[in-house]
Design a protein around this ligand. Structure first.
Ligand SMILES: C[S@@+](CC[C@H](N)C(=O)[O-])C[C@H]1O[C@@H](n2cnc3c(N)ncnc32)[C@H](O)[C@@H]1O
Length: 272
C-alpha cells in the first residue's frame, strides 16, 4: 500500500473542507488515507510524487472529483431511526397539515436511496396523501445507485419490514439475491446532484418537509447554521424539518418549534 505523507493528507483535507464542507482532522486522517490508498490502487498511481503532481501541480479535476466523492460517508438503511418515521406518520401523514395539495418533500442527503424510498413507501400507506419527493446528494456515485433502485439481500434486511418488501420490491436477480424497488415508488422520487454548502439553484423549492439527516454532523457549526437558515427560507408555512435521530437543532436555529412525538421522534416546525 502506498504510504501517504502529512503534506498530501493536509492538502486533500483542506480541499475537501472547501468543496464539500466535510471536516477531516488529524484524528481521522487514517480514514482519508485508506480511501486515498484505494483510489491510488484503482488508478494505478504508484508513488506519492505522481499523486502530488496530479492533485497539486496539475489540479487534475477528474481525480479531485473522485477524491471529493470518496470523502463522503454514505452509511444509511431503510427506515433508519424508526421513531422518526412514527412521528412523520402521525404528524404529517395523519395530521394532514397541507390539506389536499401535493406535498413537496426534499431528502437533502439521499445517499444510496434507502431514505427517500422509505419515505415514499410510508406515504403510500396513507390513503389519499399526494406527494413528490426530490432527493439530492453530493455524491454522483450514490445518486447512480438511487436511480437504479437495486439493493442486495443484506441491504433490504437492514430495516425493511416484510410487508414493505412484499408490496414495493420485486426480485431483480434471483442468483445474486438482489431486489429492485418497483416503478410505482421509483417514479415518485427524482434524484439530482446538490452540494449543500454551495449556492442552491434558484428554482430549488419551496418545500413542505425537508429531511436533512445525518449529514450536518460532518460540517462546522457555522456551516450547520447556514444550511438550516437556508432550509428555513425555502420551507412553506406550515413547513417541517427532520434531522437524524442523534441530531438536534439546539444552538443552531431559533426559527423552529420542536414537536415531540410520544414515540420519541422529534420533528421541527417552522415558526409562523
Ligand atoms: C451518512 S449519509 C446519510 C444518508 C441518509 N440521510 C440517512 O440518514 O440515512 C450522508 C450523506 O450526505 C452526503 N453529503 C455529504 N456532504 C454533502 C454536501 N456537502 N452536500 C450534499 N450531500 C452531502 C453524502 O454523500 C452521504 O450520502
Amino acid at each position: 500500500m502506498l504510504q501517504l505523507n502529512a503534506q498530501i493528507l493536509k492538502y486533500v483535507a483542506q480541499k475537501i473542507d472547501e468543496v464539500v464542507g466535510i471536516q477531516y482532522t488529524e484524528d481521522n486522517y487514517y480514514q482519508l488515507e485508506s480511501r486515498l490508498q484505494d483510489l491510488c490502487k484503482s488508478l494505478k498511481i504508484e508513488s506519492t510524487d505522481t499523486l502530488w503532481k496530479l492533485i497539486y501541480h496539475d489540479q487534475d479535476a477528474k481525480i479531485m472529483d473522485q477524491i471529493y466523492d470518496l470523502s463522503t460517508n454514505n452509511e444509511t438503511s431503510f427506515f433508519r431511526d424508526p421513531t422518526m418515521y412514527a412521528a412523520f406518520k402521525d404528524i404529517i401523514l395523519e395530521g394532514r397539515p397541507f390539506g389536499n395539495r401535493t406535498a413537496q418533500l426534499w431528502c437533502a442527503a439521499s445517499s444510496t436511496g434507502q431514505e427517500p424510498y422509505s419515505v415514499a413507501m410510508m406515504c403510500e400507506t396513507a390513503p389519499g396523501f399526494s406527494y413528490e419527493i426530490h432527493a439530492t446528494d453530493f455524491s454522483n456515485r450514490v445518486l447512480e445507485r438511487c436511480r437504479h433502485g437495486v439493493y442486495s439481500n443484506l441491504e433490504v434486511q437492514r430495516g425493511l419490514r416484510g410487508e414493505f418488501k412484499r408490496d414495493f420490491f420485486e426480485a431483480h436477480d434471483l442468483d445474486s439475491n438482489q431486489w429492485k424497488i418497483k416503478d410505482s415508488i421509483r417514479n415518485k422520487v427524482s434524484f439530482e446532484f446538490l452540494n449543500l454548502i454551495d449556492r442552491w439553484p434558484p428554482d430549488h423549492g419551496p418545500f413542505d418537509v425537508v429531511f436533512c439527516r445525518n449529514v450536518l454532523i460532518y460540517q462546522t457549526v457555522e456551516m450547520k447554521k447556514k444550511i438550516i437558515e437556508q432550509i428555513c427560507d425555502i420551507l412553506n408555512d406550515p413547513g417541517y424539518l427532520i434531522l437524524g435521530g442523534t441530531e438536534s437543532i439546539v444552538g443552531l436555529s431559533n426559527r423552529f418549534d420542536s414537536l415531540s412525538h410520544h414515540g420519541g421522534g422529534v420533528i421541527y416546525q417552522k415558526k409562523g
